[in-house]
Ligand binder design. Sequence first.
Ligand SMILES: C[S@@+](CC[C@H](N)C(=O)[O-])C[C@H]1O[C@@H](n2cnc3c(N)ncnc32)[C@H](O)[C@@H]1O
Length: 175
Amino acid sequence: MPIDRSIVTKKDIEAGYDAIAGKMYVSEEYYNDMLAIEKDFHGDILEAGVGQGTVLKKISERGGHHIKSLTGIDLSSRLLEMTKKILPQAMLVKGDVEIMPFLDNSFDLVIMVGVFPYLLDIDKALAEVKRVLRSNGKFIVTVPNRKWLLFKNYIKSRKNIQPVDDRFFDFKEMK
Ligand SMILES: C[S@@+](CC[C@H](N)C(=O)[O-])C[C@H]1O[C@@H](n2cnc3c(N)ncnc32)[C@H](O)[C@@H]1O
């Protein structure tokens, strides 16, 4: 049955992620495979829905001195505090990816990992990504594929800590 998104609010998402911040599962293998699709990390980089900062930290290590700035935005203060600890050089903002407090044409790369399932207005978030990206910038977006063979196992293993309802996409929908 489709999830009724109207019963989930940004406050629910914020409170849910604050509550599970210390328990979030991080798959090094998944993040490494995902980041292998991009070889060139440079310039000004934004992770929208930065969570505990694992992805942004890996990007900072891969890009090294080619990176000018690292920025993360997230609804959860607790996750942002965790990111601050591992990435003190990043600019971290508590805010909503659907209304980002950044100037037009500010970033060379925007990455959004596992955030699509929680967006209440995907079109708004995509319009924001387009606005803050430079004309030759790149957008990387990932989400678990609903038609993935192991999807059922994945959902079972995460249901105990999942803070709010979410929804998943297949390849066609994401495209
Ligand atoms: C599954 S976690 C992924 C975190 C991180 N990208 C990673 O892969 O480790 C989803 C994150 O999206 C954030 N989030 C969800 N909706 C958001 C919104 N509208 N604006 C900002 N952050 C949001 C949550 O607070 C949470 O940190």
